[in-house]
Write a protein that binds this ligand. Sequence first.
Ligand code: G6P
Length: 614
Amino acid sequence: MCGIVGFTSLDTPAVGPLVNGLRRLEYRGYDSAGVALESADGIRVFKQTGRVAELDKLLAKELPNDERGKYTIGIAHTRWATHGLPTQANAHPHTADGGRLAIVHNGIIENYASLRAGLEKRGVKFASQTDTEVLAHLIAIFDKGDFLSAASEALKRVEGTYGMAAISARHPGEMIVARKGSPLVIGVGEKDIVVASDVSAIVAYTRQVIYLKDGDIACITPEGVEIHSLDNAPVTREVQEVDWDIGAIEKGGYEHFMLKEIYEQPEALANTIRGRLDPSGATAFLSGLSLTPRELAAVRRVVIVGCGTSLHAGMVGKYLFEKLADLPTSPEQAAEFRYSNPIVGPDDWVIAMSQSGETADTLAAVRESIRKGALVSGLCNVVGSTIAREAGRGVYLHAGPEISVASTKAFTAQVTALLMTALKLGRTRRLSFEDGARLVGEIEKIPDVVREILAGNDAIAKVAEKYASAGDMFFIGRGILYPAALEGALKIKEVAYVHAEGYQAAELKHGPIALLSEKTPVVALLADIPGKEKTLGNVQECRARNAPVIGIATKGDDVAAAAVTDALAIPKTSPEIAPIASVVALQLFAYHVARLRGCEIDQPRNLAKSVTVE
Ligand code: G6P
């Protein structure tokens, strides 16, 4: 939620790297953007509502190229509004001290109202409705000549979360950055230092990075980075190397990141699987779990927490864990879980699903579960992310960076990782060698299954064309395909702005069927799983109400093809793989509907990829 960039260099103008960094972070929010630049003459702020492109236009008009060279230090921000409308006044950076201090912030200052009231009593005038501006004024008030101490004192009074960067004309050449609950990474180049909410804004300059931890505050100059705790004790954080490069976050010839990421799935899933299957033991190696067979055998219940697409993957996990490991499993929406005073303890294994590893509600669920003594693991894509670190053990997806706000490859990688986890857990229990060996074979085939579905893209695009103008859609599935129906509905809501609802196939007749007509297409998930015949019965019920039905069915299943209005074929798989296969087809369907409706596919309105507020 909100993206932050900071840049300082011995000789490179800051404005280009700052704006480029913002473009990389736009997935975190895109309702307004701004930069603050420092030179010997003081600080200049430029901000604009709308996307980073609008800010770039403003800079082109107001900051001529020959003036840019003198600004070699600056901070920048792309916003996802929390406090205050997305106006120019509320856009970051915010200033204090008569424009001498500028700050960008990501997160929420929960006690901002009382802090603001106190500051107003002292005569401070506010220019915005944001919580961030409070922090700017507090730092200015505590500034008695040492910028780092001033920021530390201010941050000690703040309740809530922050990733922040500040510059001050009173302390030329210094940038203060700090984090608590919102990510912040420092890239250390030879002549430049880049700070950002995530490494995607850094890898163009360097792959050497320092991940700040909660409670860290750093003073950055072009010469180096000094990290402290808020109590001013020096802290050492190791420099790590990012294991991917800029190519991974470029569109590489695709029109949209979403399409690129859909097409990356065979390779991404091969990476999720690589080195993790053990045919000789008919099980999986998942060393990051750091759990002995004895510890796994002692688990009595699994709870899977997550939000959005990650929650849907977790719901697939329920079927996998219950079927393969005979373990009662509850998928839980992370915010509901954490506020329910959850009943978890040492016999429970809580698995936190998160592509970004930064989702605030999922992180809070992890902390609550750790407090209650449960066994906790993360299942994250972003290496070094907060959830991955705090859970302390887990499975990385290795699906590569996901840029499109709507998640695609992370879902299929999550389900694949859960399947391997369920296999491993199952083999500590009653899953036989033969069944384990069958699954190992099925998992190995996943990349090829996905490849085959992608080869059918044109047929999916054709069907999408037929239904692109629908205002409402239903997605139905049963059993392990019910979460896939939810995910199909979510994708089309997110990227195509079509009102869509995912339902258990059997539940449709208990109310929603009243909404069916020839104008409400129903997407039915008809892959070969137990209960498919029943779903075919539900399809008949829809057609009897004149609703057109799009069936996602196994290639060669003539019965299913004859039952629906339009059939999209997916390869024959075992039931455990069916959600992956079905969702890949639904991702392409949503993508094409969105494209035909002229939507902004990679950055849908009102959304953000990484939701670091509750
Ligand atoms: C946001 C994104 C969704 C994502 C969800 C969970 O709502 O827009 O695409 O599924 O957060 O994100 P996570 O990073 O925890 O998987």
